[in-house]
Design a protein around this ligand. Structure first.
Ligand SMILES: *[C@@H]1O[C@H](CO)[C@@H](O)[C@H](O)[C@H]1NC(C)=O
Ligand SMILES: *[C@@H]1O[C@H](CO)[C@@H](O)[C@H](O)[C@H]1NC(C)=O
Ligand SMILES: *[C@@H]1O[C@H](CO)[C@@H](O)[C@H](O)[C@H]1NC(C)=O
Ligand SMILES: *[C@@H]1O[C@H](CO)[C@@H](O)[C@H](O)[C@H]1NC(C)=O
Length: 345
């Protein structure tokens, strides 16, 4: 572009955002503005325009698009809330704000990709209002960023089990790779730690249960009324946190569970056996769980890598989605300094 004025270039690009295609537009790569790169036509529910057969993976991509709105909005709100100096003043590298903006661009590209993956015979869900609880604090935003990126990997790997079309499976894998790079960036540049999470990221079989956790960020009754139930199907399981006293929340340490919503707690049957099922990498370990003691030891997984996911199930190994009675809980193990910053009370 040589002598071209970049301000004019980006203003022109934004004006033409309606035609912007991910993979062909810099708006989804390195557009630096505070204003969203998404044209307003895409920032809403897009009704079905046909009544023919729906696409085989429409439901999957409707769920994923609804999740993406929560993730894209997290970045967009971050971009609008902060300035570069908010991060450098606290000692983070000069590039921190730019990376946040670029990830926002990528996530806006994901919105467009998922909208396109849904056939015209199905509704494309629109954004709700979100509240992330970082309270304008740059560090809290960075902590949540790390958590959201690893949570995305966990639901993307799970969603690939639901995909009908091979091309959908490949798309999920390609998107997961990008989320992983976002995570590697934060591990290296933000937390100054190893970018590697061991031989495998953590897989969790029931993706909709992970997606359901993102409902925590949605302001009540703020979704467009046309939006389908999210996620669909939704179990609305009791959500788990852990008590941060008396535990490191690392492998080998004891955990005590707390329930996030006192109105949504599991009913334990005295005659039944329960299990805490732990997932790390491709490993799965079941530990007997006595609801009266409410104390389980985290299996001896490798330290300082990725995440540990745990649910409470009424069958060893949680062999079906319906056997899960509470959770899942995602425990961030890497970086270790953040393990108790999220999901604990
Ligand atoms: C962020 O930086 C702006 C100025 O660039 C300042 O007005 C604001 O108070 C800062 N916010 C925080 C949380 O430091
Ligand atoms: C779906 O609708 C969009 C917008 O109206 C249109 O550009 C596209 O060609 C349609 N796709 C199919 C497969 O009909
Ligand atoms: C998906 O890939 C598998 C394995 O290569 C192949 O057997 C199957 O026919 C493919 N399905 C479709 C719908 O292309
Ligand atoms: C942690 O705090 C909870 C709630 O106050 C309490 O019930 C529990 O006994 C404490 N656990 C330990 C190990 O101190």
């Amino acid at each position: 572009m040589g002598t071209m004025n970049w301000g004019i270039f980006w203003a022109f690009s934004l004006q033409n955002a309606i035609d912007a295609v991910p993979g062909e537009s810099p708006l989804f790569v390195d557009y630096p503005g505070k204003k969203t790169p998404l044209a307003k036509e895409y920032l809403r529910v897009i009704p079905a325009t046909g009544s023919g057969p729906t696409g085989k993976d429409d439901l999957l991509f409707q769920n994923l698009l609804a999740a993406e709105w929560a993730i894209y909005s997290f970045y967009q709100i971050g971009v609008e809330s902060f300035t570069p100096s908010n991060f450098t003043r606290l000692g983070w590298p000069k590039s921190t704000y730019d990376r946040m903006v670029q990830i926002r661009d990528n996530e806006a590209g994901h919105v467009r990709i998922f909208q396109e993956q849904i056939s015209n015979n199905s509704i494309k869900p629109g954004p709700c209002k979100y509240e992330y609880g970082f309270g304008g604090n740059p560090k809290s935003w960075l902590v949540l960023q790390t958590y959201l990126e690893v949570a995305s990997m966990a639901f993307l790997t799970g969603l690939s089990n639901q995909a009908d079309l091979n091309v959908s499976k490949s798309a999920l894998m390609a998107i997961g790779q990008v989320e992983s790079r976002h995570n590697a960036w934060s591990l290296i540049d933000v937390w100054n730690t190893s970018p590697f999470s061991g031989p495998s990221d953590t897989i969790y079989p029931y993706a909709n249960q992970i997606l359901d956790l993102t409902n925590n960020f949605i302001v009540s009754d703020s979704c467009p009324s046309e939006n389908p139930v999210y996620p669909s199907p939704r179990q609305n399981l009791p959500q788990i946190e852990f008590y941060s006293n008396g535990t490191t929340a690392r492998p080998g340490s004891d955990l005590q569970f707390a329930y996030k919503d006192p109105k949504n707690v599991p009913t334990f049957n005295d005659d039944k056996e329960y299990w805490a099922v732990f997932y790390h990498g491709v490993q799965k370990e079941s530990v007997r769980y006595n609801p009266k003691e409410n104390r389980v030891r985290i299996p001896p997984f490798d330290l300082d890598s990725g995440i540990i996911i745990v649910n409470i199930a009424e069958e060893k190994g949680a062999p079906t989605e319906d056997s899960v009675v509470a959770g899942p809980l995602i425990i961030l193990e890497q970086p270790g300094i953040l393990t108790k910053d999220i999901s604990s009370v």
